[in-house]
Write a protein of this length. Structure first.
Length: 246
């Protein structure tokens, strides 16, 4: 049994949106997803998909993308990404009813993997605009947007704490924490998300959202304050799911 993760499949079977323009790695990326996930993930394994699943804006526009995810091997757990318009934050329970036994939607709840609780939420991080001088040094940022970001971070922190607390109340002591957004942005060394991971003793924080060479280093990768941070954006992994726990 193994726990895998990958994010940002950005499927567009129905929306008809191609990702080819974003570089070679995205060419026929859905074929790569199918090939590598099928090679690596066994039916008894768990695969957490960390958001940005579909370009469809409403659930009926995502049916083919979600059906594709269903055909992948293993138990599939989905996190909300910023592009997942089909997933209204208040309708997670309804989605879990509708896709019961096929897909699990992780938000304000938790999933179980052996003696671990899998907790998570979309998260949020301020992504600018940042202002640079002509040498590329950071000179400032949009402060109004940064203030708005604090509000979104607080809302996401409540959802995340809810997830942790439910798992704790159910007796879990070991946690793997999933986010769609990176836990910190380029201005931060720590954030409320890194602090909560340390507070609950999460063994790993798994996130995606960062696309392209220039963004892969935006947040923490590797071990920091005893927590393992993993970037699992599909393009970063070249669409080979990352092993979180053997
Ligand atoms: Fe994405
Ligand atoms: Fe994203």
């Amino acid at each position: 049994m193994a726990l895998y993760a990958m994010g940002d499949l950005h499927l567009g079977f129905q929306a008809g949106k191609s990702m080819d323009m974003f570089g070679r790695v995205w060419k026929h990326h859905e074929r790569k997803i199918k090939k590598y996930v099928t090679q690596m993930v066994k039916p008894e394994d768990t695969l957490v998909l960390t958001g940005d699943h579909s370009w469809g804006r409403k659930l009926p526009e995502c049916q083919e993308d979600l059906a594709f995810i269903e055909t992948l091997p293993g138990r599939k757990i989905l996190l909300r990404g910023n592009h997942d318009m089909f997933w209204d934050a208040k309708k997670t329970q309804r989605l879990n009813g509708e896709f019961s036994g096929r897909l699990f939607f992780l938000q304000n709840n938790f999933a179980i993997y052996e003696d671990y609780a899998l907790v998570g939420t979309k998260g949020f991080t301020f992504e600018g605009p940042f202002y640079l001088d002509r040498w590329g040094n950071l000179t400032g940022w949009d402060e109004k947007k940064e203030q708005q970001a604090h509000k979104l971070v607080r809302r996401e922190m409540n959802r995340l704490r809810d997830s942790f607390e439910q798992a704790k109340a159910a007796g879990f002591l070991k946690f793997i924490m999933f986010l769609h957004y990176p836990p910190t942005n380029i201005l931060e060394k720590t954030s409320p998300f890194t602090e909560i991971a340390e507070e609950y003793g999460a063994e790993a924080v798994v996130y995606s959202h960062c696309h392209g060479e220039r963004r892969y280093g935006d947040s923490i990768r590797g071990t920091y304050h005893g927590v393992r941070y993993m970037l699992v954006s599909g393009d970063y992994l070249e669409f080979r799911p990352a092993l979180v726990l053997p």
